[in-house]
Design a protein around this ligand. Sequence first.
Ligand code: O2Y
Ligand code: MN
Length: 597
Amino acid sequence: MYTYATVKTWVEEMRQLCQPDHVVWCDGTEEEYDGFVKQMVHEGKALPLNSKKRPNSYAFFSDPSDVARTENRTFIASIKKEDAGPTNNWVDPNEIKKTLTDLYRGSMRGRTMYVIPFMMGPFGSPISKIGIQLTDSLYVVVNMRLMTRMGEKVLNSMQKADGFIPCLHSVGYPLAPGQKDIPWPCAPIEKKYIVHFPEERMIWSYGSGYGGNALLGKKCLALRIASAIARDEGWMAEHMLILKLTNPEGKFKYILGAFPSACGKTNLAMLVPTLPGWKVETLGDDISWIRLGKDGRLYAMNPEYGFFGVAKGTSFVSNPNAMEAIKKNAIFTNVALTPDGDVWWEGIDGDVPAHLTDWQNQPWTPKKGTPAAHPNSRFTVMTKQCPVLAKEWEKPEGVPISAILVGGRRPNTIPLVHESFSWAHGVFMGSTVGSEITAASISDQIGQVRRDPFAMLPFIGYHVCDYLNHWLEMGQKTSIEKLPKIFYVNWFRKDEKGNFLWPGFGENSRVLKWIFERCDATICARKTPIGYLPYLKDLDVKGLSLPKESLRTLLTVEKSVWAKEAKAIRTYFCSLGDKFPPQLFEELDILEKRLKK
Ligand code: O2Y
Ligand code: MN
């Protein structure tokens, strides 16, 4: 266990290993942030944007080899291989420590080691966790300041905390004496390692400076390590947005949503309802920590302090609140630049400009045929800049949850919305979530479903079967009426011509309204073999020009199609090995029986 008393010793040990020229303890202040950004501008690593259009905002451009999370270089180093399960890359902790110790030795030469004390979760929450990240990347430092509660306040609260999670990070590009630095130092792909030690509660990341690989509070700590801690301590760390939905009478509910990466979690979290009188407010767009409250209800809180959103496709049409949030004090990574020094990406509002500088600093015109912004280009901004932030978003105890939504991109089979019969049935639904493969390196996979249980597949820090079992056990901790209801939604259903049947975005408020009313039991629902579906009269489509036929398809359960789905689910469950929870096989058996009736 890494306790308060060991912070200085650990930092000193890592300093001796990585051999930086300097060590700087970050205080997390605005002045410090401004100084760091200025330094990076001076070094040619950051570009200030047009201050009239985008005040206090900066663009960064990564190495083309370092543009996203690298799942094949992400590892779980549990003592026993079987504890990592069939869906994680396992490495032996002792072996990988040897390999990485050799790589870290001298890896910060010619650089500064920054010490970042950070807190995931609000101060005062019983499940908030402290991390200390050591990094030789100033880009990481400034992003961590926007994404986490960071600095002196964390160090001061450490004495009361039960320890900290050590997070060691190096870009893996030491500088020889006199060697000039490059704008985005990193190591080649085969030398990148993002390693999690779930038993030791420790993270070692080497060779990448990008996003989830390098901002270690996010996917590494708040999901992979936290999911292992949560299993041991009886709570849950989930890949979920948190929103507050208020009806025209002023009654509100908190709703969570588990959707795989790039399925619109940020858009849903900040949705502008098209239904008059309804309101959505945001509490989080990516990660949710869930615990049992004293009253027997499940409570959720967002452990993060900022958004690291996908820029591509973000516009005043798809997400006006995100566009407002990033008007100032933002960091942009791998976006394109307009001639007047503002940002641009595919899908942003307005006409495509005639001339841009693309994310690789090359002149760009629409004729070029390549994306101007990288498809995984990002904005980083503090949560507090979201114009529809719910005032209670930082409540240490979290907010009581009424509903959990799950879903992926499914052009067929899955209706617009259906509700589970029970908690175990809801866990079954969550375990089957996935998206259809549209572009794969192996073309024969196109059209198949890539399953992603509760959208957590890349982020479970232990065995996927133990994870699903933990979900089932959480349902045993309280009475059924206190548990949130679980709904499976699918915004991505298509017709035979490949057109989306449902308009999505703000119109999703119509589905949220149905869910709200089901939670209150003010409306009935149609019992089908797969779950409860809306009666046509209960889904509010007033003012929506949706053909009757489309609505029918969106709310139909085709038994023959579902029989195939059930078969595919069985194949998937079997692929996860002997530890797969029997209760979920029972749910599948019952589903098949209901389909045969
Ligand atoms: O590519 C990256 O490093 C970022 S991944 C990411 C960032 C913010 C929210 N979610 C995700 C994700 O992959 O789920
Ligand atoms: Mn995510």
